[in-house]
Every structure is written in C-alpha cells, then in structure tokens.
Ligand binder design. Structure first.
Ligand code: TIU
Length: 224
C-alpha cells in the first residue's frame, strides 16, 4: 500500500515495499571527540542534533518492515583503499590511520569506526563499508538495492553536504527517488547544512525531496 510523505518541493507517494532507509556514517569517528571529524578541525558536538531524529526514523522503518541500510566510511588497516589525496587531510599527526583515543582513525575494526550505540545496526540489517564519500562508490550498495527492487531512498546521517550529498547525487543519477530527512542530517558547518538541503529540493527537486523526521515517521506509520 502506497504512503505519502510531506516533503518539498512536493509531497511524494511511494511504496514502502520498494523503499529503503539509508543512514549515512553515524559513526563515533564523526560524532564523538577524538575521531576523524575532530582531526579536521570541526566541533563534533554540532552533529548530536541528528541522533534522536535518526533514531525515530530507524524505529519507524523497522516497524514498517523497510529495508534498513547503514553505511560506514573507513579504510582497510593497510590503507590500500585510501588515495593519497584523501590521506593528506587533517593535521599530520592525526590523519586517517593515525592512532587516536578511539583507535586508528577511520580504520575498519577500530572502535571509532563503529556506528554510535544509539543507532547500532540490528541483526539482518545491511552495513555498507565505503572508502569514499558516496555510498555507491566501490561498494555493493547498487546491487543490494537492485536485488530488492528498491526505488525510493529515505536518507539521513552525516554530514549533510559531504557524504549525504554525495550519496544522494550518486543515487539520483542511478534513478532512485531520494527523500533527505533534513533534521536527521547534520553538518559541522550549519550554513552548509542549510545550503545542502536547499540544493536538493531546488529547481523542482533537482536531486530529490527534503522532508523531516516527524513527517517520515507519520508516513511510515501508515505502512506498519
Ligand atoms: N561522512 C562524511 O560526511 N565524511 C566526512 O568526512 N565529512 C565531513 O564533513 N568532513
């Protein structure tokens, strides 16, 4: 049964059976002190606002039986999947792969690479490990979604203008309808968060739709 979500630039009607919730990079390395986000010079506390809205949508998506996908940005311990152009970011003593309070920064298997406990994946949910900003680049996400005939993505996570935006742009080019849940996204740079959301829905929804967690929960309640 189709549901309709209030969104801009227009409401969107979709079938929850062919929709997925995609939660981008809600990892300790971005959200807690001592991780990659902080090594780049950011105030990581700015990302906390997205946690409760993400949790509300995650609960609603689970109740509605949506496919749930979690992504994690990170690299192999030998850094073989991290190009020099990416490794050069941040202070030389605190770059990707350097030791930090939560283990080696942005390295798979280290505590900082984990998704925060409040949004921990449940058994059976899909976890996509990605070396880039976009969740489609060098991952199985496209195949996972195709296998399940997914057409609509509800997207949230961090950061709005970096990994959320890149993923939505990739998804848009691949033909997915993307609804970005604005209050369930966050950025270290609030004006970039606002601009990032504005860019999604501008020009008649050039990259997709923008909604909010209350509207998403209300729409998914109709699907449960
Ligand atoms: N997940 C994600 O957005 N990765 C970043 O590096 N974001 C920044 O804003 N730096």
């Amino acid at each position: 049964m189709n549901v309709t979500i209030a969104a801009e630039p227009s409401p969107l009607t979709f079938d929850p059976a062919t929709a997925a919730l995609v939660i981008i990079d809600m990892q300790r390395d971005f959200i807690e002190p001592g991780g990659f986000g902080e090594t780049l010079g950011n105030d990581v506390s700015l990302l906390a606002a997205a946690i409760a809205p993400c949790r509300a949508i995650l609960d609603a998506a689970r109740a509605a039986g949506l496919l749930v996908v979690h992504t994690r940005e990170g690299h192999e311990p030998d850094l073989s999947d991290a190009p020099p152009a990416k490794l050069d970011r941040g202070e030389p003593t605190a770059r990707i792969g350097a030791p930090g309070p939560m283990g080696r920064i942005l390295i798979r298997g280290e505590p900082g690479h984990d998704i925060i406990p409040a949004l921990a994946p449940a058994a059976g949910e899909i976890v996509i490990d990605k070396p880039g900003k976009g969740a489609f680049y060098a991952t199985a996400l496209g195949a996972v979604l195709a296998d399940r005939s997914i057409a609509t993505l509800l997207v949230c996570g961090v950061t709005t203008e970096v990994c959320v935006h890149t993923t939505v742009r990739e998804a848009n080019d691949r033909g997915f309808r993307c609804v970005v849940i604005g209050d369930a996204c966050a950025s270290y740079i609030p004006e970039f968060h606002a601009a990032g959301l504005a860019m999604i829905k501008a020009q008649g929804g050039i990259f997709g739709w923008v909604s909010d967690s209350a509207s998403a929960v209300a729409a998914l309640r109709g699907a449960g």
